[in-house]
Design a protein around this ligand. Structure first.
Ligand code: SAM
Length: 223
């Protein structure tokens, strides 16, 4: 797959620079380094969410657990009007993300070295929170809900999620002021299997006891 087949014209150059960096920088947190493979597995997978209208129109995005920057960097490149914060707890990954922003020239992305549940400046200001490969759905929702404005959305990129995981997330959503808005199956690259986007909307204030202390969402999951 070519970048120009999966990314909007203005996003091709910055993303090509990031894929080149990712291929050679040993601190990039990914096993998919070959740029030709990364076009599908990282870029197209990240941009598959643009088919959701509230992703395409988002203006203030937080990508939680960014790692090597997917989906956050791809969304920043594709949505130049949006501001994208890459929230990453590991300083090593943050340094890489800063280099990726520098080589790409993306001016609408920034790096936040924090745990998603310990980022007070991020509370209540985002209309979209994204997360890929960060954890169980219920955990992602617990991290995301406080960061959203009412009417904002969460999108979680998942492989095959079990019925149990989805039910736990539905129960967690009800506690957090979120409502499920569907699961969309996507095929970002030929042969991609079990790629789904799980969407939720914030329909009510999140109770003030959230975010809980760091680590609690995984130690004692809601739902
Ligand atoms: C498996 S990687 C996924 C990276 C990227 N989203 C992807 O799909 O390629 C998960 C990342 O989340 C970070 N992380 C884990 N818990 C976190 C938290 N509570 N807040 C912010 N980052 C977190 C880890 O350091 C790691 O870089």
């Amino acid at each position: 797959m070519k970048l120009s087949e999966v990314a909007p014209a203005g996003a091709v150059e910055p993303l090509a620079a990031i894929l080149e960096l990712q291929a050679h920088d040993v601190t990039a947190s990914t096993t998919v380094r070959d740029p030709r493979e990364a076009v599908g597995r990282h870029v197209a997978d990240s941009l598959s969410a643009l088919e959701l209208p509230f992703v395409a129109s988002a203006t203030r995005i937080a990508d939680l657990g960014s790692g090597a920057g997917w989906p956050g960097l791809a969304l920043a490149a594709a949505l130049p009007e949006a501001r994208v914060s890459l929230v990453e707890s590991a300083i090593r990954h943050c340094r890489y993300l800063e280099r990726a922003i520098e080589v790409s020239g993306l001016e609408n992305a920034d790096v936040v070295n924090a745990r998603a549940e310990s980022w007070p400046e991020g509370i209540g200001v985002h209309d979209l929170v994204t997360a890929r490969a960060l954890g169980a759905l219920a955990v992602i929702l617990e991290y995301a809900a406080p960061l959203l404005i009412e009417g904002g959305h969460v999108v979680a990129w998942k492989g095959a999620a079990s019925d149990e995981e989805v039910s736990a997330a539905t129960a967690a959503a009800a506690i957090l002021g979120l409502e499920p808005r569907g699961v969309v199956a996507v095929t970002p690259f030929p042969g991609a299997r079990d790629h789904t986007l799980h969407a939720y909307c914030k329909i009510a204030p999140t109770p003030s006891r959230f975010p809980r202390r760091p680590g609690m969402a995984t130690k004692r999951p809601l739902g």
